[in-house]
Ligand binder design. Structure first.
Ligand code: UGA
Length: 457
């Protein structure tokens, strides 16, 4: 291992915490800074605060040693060569990214710079943010040659965050100075030279000595756009297949066959062509809106993105119409909802289409009994239990005596449900599947009325 680099990561949310622990896993020394004292104390005590594979193991290995959690940004700035900003960039009312947290961190860093520092944008930010950060730091009296601002966007997915970080499809380093680019290239060297993949305790994944992740050096602005354009493109792929699924329903075709047929074209690729109830999560909805707003502000016509959003909203309405079509009236119907998280393998319910649908069903007067393997606690905070809204202890508990089951999140546990048992517990054997987890022929054989997305019933 070459010399470890001292890295500060500001923000211990999804991206910040995963980056901090993975940098330690790559051999670096990390200070992870958050202004929330309770969060810092929890992390010091070994609580990851989020449900994510490999994170507890990494936290236990490195906490209070190679990774220190602190509220002291001044100390972190003084001690570290590179300072990664990984604070939230929530959506503002106008659809833009709200950059006030980024600005506050940049000004605070500026007050404590005493030698050359590389300030790294890790949060998803609109193009030109690097220039704003630079201006803020200069306004605070720091000389232009005492720092550089670079963009190093993160492409990790929730549920596979650690694996994605250590086995990336690509690493993007957007820097307008050679000195700064060198620091970033050195930080990622254990991945790009393959030394990390020799480690006997490495986190398994697709990269290896023979299959090294490429590192792409770009300008700062290009890197900023790469992040937004990547997420917008993935959202577009999902909306595209959702629109195709609607066409398949109308034409009595099968969207799974169509997705496979188009995905085998290597120019299109098979991934992100799963139809469903629309994309959600803390990234796609916010990033598509922000990217659209960036285009608007620059006078560029990018209406395609408005269509992507429109299809996404309509997909939820179509699902509700399917429920109505199967059950006729909704008031007073008792519905089992399987899945509240925005996708499987996470406890995250931010912008979850499942939560939106539950709210719509409650608005229609249904009684909802919901179960999710990981997101129940978070969901209860958002949708408190009531006479209309109940939380079940298990799938069986949720489906018992229900008028129908709605599958809203793609948890593997749901795909493996014992169909005979399900049939015997339900009041009526109706399954409305927003994630295409089951084979329609098998469901028919098992005696269910089965509705899914883009497939003949
Ligand atoms: C997404 C991107 O995939 C990451 O590359 C990116 O780093 C991250 O946003 C971010 O910007 O931080 P994530 O939000 O964790 O990651 O979730 P995805 O796995 O991309 O799923 C997003 C939504 O799309 C989910 O609601 C999922 O159910 C839906 N989806 C995904 C589909 O409906 N169909 C698909 O084929 C794929």
């Amino acid at each position: 291992m070459k010399e470890p680099i001292r890295i500060a990561v500001v923000g211990s949310g999804y991206v910040g915490l995963v980056a901090a622990l993975c940098f330690a896993e790559m051999g670096h020394e990390v200070l992870c800074v958050d202004n929330d004292e309770r969060k810092v104390a929890a992390l010091q005590g070994g609580d990851t605060l989020i449900h994510e594979n490999h994170l507890p193991e990494l936290l236990n290995r490195y906490r209070n040693q190679q990774v220190r959690f602190t509220t002291d940004l001044a100390e972190a700035t003084r001690l570290c060569a590179a300072i990664f900003i990984a604070v939230g960039t929530p959506q503002s009312e106008t659809g833009d990214a709200d950059l006030s947290y980024v600005e506050a961190v940049a000004s605070e860093i500026a007050r404590h710079i005493d030698s050359y520092k590389v300030i790294v944008e890790k949060s998803t930010v609109p193009v030109y943010t690097n220039e704003w950060i630079r201006r803020v730091i200069e306004r605070n009296g720091v000389r232009r040659d005492a720092f550089d601002v670079v963009s190093n966007p993160e492409f990790l997915r929730e549920g596979t965050a650690v694996e994605d970080f250590l086995h990336p499809d690509r690493i993007v380093v957007g820097a307008d100075s050679e000195r700064a680019a060198k620091v970033l290239n050195a930080i990622y060297a254990p991945l790009t030279d393959g030394s990390y993949y020799d480690s006997p305790t490495k986190i398994p994944g697709c990269c290896s000595r023979e299959n090294l992740p490429p590192l792409l050096n770009t300008s700062t602005k290009s890197a900023e756009i790469i992040k937004h354009a990547s997420n917008a493109f993935l959202a577009l792929k999902i909306s595209f297949i959702n629109a195709v699924s609607n066409l398949c329903e109308a034409a009595d075709a099968n969207v799974e066959q169509v997705a496979r047929g188009i995905g085998l074209d290597s120019r299109i690729g098979p991934k992100f062509l799963r139809p469903g109830i629309g994309y959600g999560g803390s990234c796609f909805p916010k990033d598509v809106a922000a990217f659209r707003s960036v285009a608007d502000q620059m006078g560029v016509d990018f209406n395609l993105l408005a269509e992507v959003e429109k299809i996404n909203v309509n997909q939820k309405k179509r699902f509700l119409a399917k429920v109505r079509g199967a059950l006729w009236t909704l008031r007073g119907k008792r519905l089992a909802v399987l899945g509240l998280a925005f996708k499987g393998d996470t406890d995250d319910i931010r912008e979850s289409p499942a939560i939106d649908l539950v709210e719509m069903l409650l608005g229609e007067g249904c009684v909802v009994v919901a179960y999710d393997p990981a997101a129940m606690k978070r969901a209860q905070a958002e949708l408190p239990p009531s006479v209309q809204m109940r939380y079940a202890e298990s799938v069986d508990d949720a489906v018992r005596d229900a008028d129908a089951v709605l599958v809203l999140t793609d948890w593997r546990e749901f795909a493996e449900i014992d169909l005979e048992q399900l049939h015997s517990l339900l009041r009526y054997p109706i399954v409305i599947d927003g994630r295409n987890l089951f084979d329609p022929a098998r469901m028919a054989e098992a005696g269910f009325t089965y509705l899914s997305v883009g497939r003949a019933t």
